[in-house]
Design a protein around this ligand. Structure first.
Ligand code: GLN
Length: 220
């Protein structure tokens, strides 16, 4: 591959700037994506946090839903944080009836799952495949993963033991399925770039540089 992997950051809404900084720190080249033509140049896509109902609507307004969906179906790697996790899910609970998601990760997520009292909290999340100790998870009106389907690997959980008697192992907050991964929390608001580095490595391994090849063949 030539140069750094080009990582699109879906920039319709949400915490785009922090992901741009984190992708740079992780050794990727961030590319804000607001229209379908900008999608052609990327090797992978970050779907930031924000508000999944709004994001779903804006994706349609900007004619981006189908193009993103097509790239995901074709195997484009993606990383969704918080609302981005919801956008990648196969099934969304407590969503709005008209909200759409890409179904790129076989899982069921529940929106705003941690409840009112704990709208926001931080906790240590040990992550499978991420060395260097637990990750400081920042959760903001976060979803959790209620069910993982076939092919979806659990990377991290939070709140097990006495804090969650109904789920002694804790709630699933980080997953991966093939080239897609998602976290309930916001790694981009910390100075720790390990989760973004994990994603950039995934993109590299998936054959980044394909964007260059696609562009070479594409008409002007
Ligand atoms: N609660 C938001 C939603 O449903 C997600 C919150 C976030 O991304 N910080 O989309």
């Amino acid at each position: 591959m030539s140069g750094l992997p080009q990582i699109g950051i879906l920039a319709l809404q949400g915490d785009v700037v922090d992901h741009v900084r984190a992708i740079e720190a992780a050794g990727g080249r961030p590319v804000p994506v607001r229209r379908a033509s900008e999608l052609d140049a990327v090797d992978g896509l970050v779907i930031p946090g924000g508000e999944s109902t709004t994001m779903s609507r804006l994706l349609e307004v900007f004619d981006l839903f189908e193009p993103v969906s097509k790239r995901l179906d074709a195997g484009m790697p993606a990383f969704g944080s918080c609302a981005g996790m919801i956008m990648l899910a196969e099934e969304v609970l407590d969503g709005r009836p008209d909200q759409r998601s890409f179904g790129a990760i076989p899982m069921t997520v529940r929106r705003n799952a941690f409840g009112r009292q704990v709208d926001s909290f931080e906790d240590e999340v040990p992550l499978e495949g991420v060395d260097g100790g637990p990750f400081r998870g920042v959760f903001i009106r976060a979803p959790w993963v209620e069910r993982v389907g076939e092919g979806t690997e659990v990377l991290g959980r939070v709140g097990g033991g006495r804090r969650a008697a109904d789920t002694p192992d804790g709630r699933i907050v980080a997953v991966r399925a093939g080239a897609c991964m998602a976290t309930s929390f916001h790694p981009e608001v910390t100075d720790d770039a390990r989760v973004h580095r994990y994603f950039v490595d995934m993109v590299r391994r998936s054959g980044a540089g394909q964007a260059d090849e696609r562009n070479e063949g594409a008409p002007e």
